[in-house]
Design a protein around this ligand. Structure first.
Ligand SMILES: Cc1ncc(COP(=O)(O)O)c(C=O)c1O
Length: 407
């Protein structure tokens, strides 16, 4: 991505690159096929159609969490792929569209199950989301399995509901769970599947399919961990004769995205300078949401901090230290502390990497700061501008539009 320092692109910019995207897709597709899993892409991490089109030869379908995502999925897939729908917030008025667009719908609660099942008849396969009750994520805000989570039915609740509504059981054909966030191992998945098999194996035996959700960084997982994955999937397939779906999101698109920014200003005392960039945390809101997260910047010492040899040679004084900050009025619009071999200069470009997931989809126009231009770099290295946002887009976000230049 060296060319991003020099290419004729206007900053700030989201740049998506085909090559790392295809690498991630190949990696996960081969894990899925080695394990006889059905591979869906969870659209919520990035819904950019140019990227979604590149996925069509790799995935069996898309996992959507809203009617808009389901519409986009169906538009791209045509009649040749499946759309799976999972949300804790299904509205009755969405049902006709869900029936038209989707093949699978996962209900989230006993109420959902009782109220909506009669309206979801026909071709659609109905699943139920469970909360197996094993927390794999330290921070409750991102833990789908915390005791107070609304995401899926706890198994005892599921059983109690079933006792009172046994007539509903034949209408469901699958179980869904999504239990992790940025997981780097599969020990927890195996433990969870073992618990589900123990606690509701009799119900699993009546089901056709099981969706293990997303929440894993497949790029970091080693062979030993893959054994845990294999065992978890194998248990569902062999013991319970289930078709297994997986629906990763972020791991597929993360490394394909960059944010290219320019240094607008450098302020502050010599030892703790702040470089103000023309991007902002509005363009990568998880930097603010996740308190411990400092995004990767190419050329920053921190990028190599896991390289022990490099770390051993590191001398703080050899580097120029900066807080990188955004262009909005928010005091906390800061990306973190960085160290560079050369002093930064006004006008210089910086490249944030691993910016493909949960950035564009969460971006907004706080302060009226425009969204980044969107560029795509194809396999041959050709960079093209796909979208630039204008004052009219800003007006749309402000619930207004201009006709012939007047509001
Ligand atoms: C139900 C469900 N499936 C899949 C995913 C994708 O997770 P990730 O992007 O972490 O792989 C999510 C993310 O929140 C989710 O809620």
């Amino acid at each position: 991505m060296e060319q991003l320092y020099t290419a004729q692109l206007e900053t700030p910019a989201y740049v998506f690159a085909e090559e790392p995207l295809l690498e991630s897709l190949d990696r996960v597709k081969s894990i899925a096929s080695d394990n006889r899993c059905h591979f869906l892409y969870s659209m919520k991490s990035l819904e950019y159609p140019t990227v979604l089109k590149k996925m069509l030869n790799h995935v069996e379908g898309f996992a959507a969490s809203s009617v808009f995502e389901a519409r986009l999925a169906r538009e791209l897939l045509g009649s040749s792929g499946t759309v799976h729908y999972t949300t804790p917030g299904i509205r009755s008025r969405d049902i006709p569209e869900i029936l038209e667009l989707c093949d699978y719908v996962t209900l989230n609660s006993g109420n959902h199950w009782r109220r909506l099942t009669p309206h979801l008849q026909g071709h659609i396969k109905i699943g139920l989301r469970i909360n197996p009750g094993i927390s794999l994520v330290g921070d409750e805000r991102y833990d789908p399995c915390s005791s107070s989570s609304r995401l899926g039915m706890h198994i005892p609740e599921f059983r109690a509901h079933l006792r009172k509504n046994i007539q509903l059981l034949p209408h469901i054909s699958g179980i869904h769970m999504h239990t992790n966030c940025e997981g780097r191992d599969f020990g927890g998945l195996l433990k969870t599947v073992e618990k589900v098999s123990r606690d509701m194996g009799d119900i699993l035996n009546d089901m056709e399919w099981f969706n293990i959700g997303g929440g894993y960084f497949f790029e970091y997982i080693n062979d030993e961990e893959m054994e845990h994955f294999r065992s978890a999937v194998d248990l569902l397939q062999r013991r319970h004769n289930l078709t297994v779906f997986m629906e990763p999101g972020g791991t597929i698109v993360r490394s394909s995205g960059y944010i290219v920014a320019s240094v607008l200003d450098i302020v502050g005392p010599v030892r703790s300078k702040v470089a103000v960039l023309d991007t902002t945390i509005n363009h990568m809101p998880e930097v603010y949401e996740y308190e411990e997260y400092t995004p990767d910047v190419i050329g920053n010492y921190g990028e190599d901090e896991y390289d022990e040899e490099y770390a051993a040679d590191y001398d703080d004084d050899d580097y120029y230290h900066y807080t990188l900050a955004g262009a909005s009025c928010l005091a906390g619009d800061q990306f973190g502390e960085y160290a560079f071999e050369e002093p930064l200069k006004i006008g210089q470009r910086l490249i944030f990497r691993n910016m493909g997931a949960y950035t564009m989809v969460k971006s907004h126009m706080f302060n009226g700061i425009n969204l980044p231009n969107v560029y795509f770099v194809d396999k041959s290295g050709e960079l093209r501008l796909e979208r630039n946002y204008t004052y009219d887009d800003f007006l749309n976000r402000c619930s207004a539009h201009s006709t012939n230049g007047s509001l």
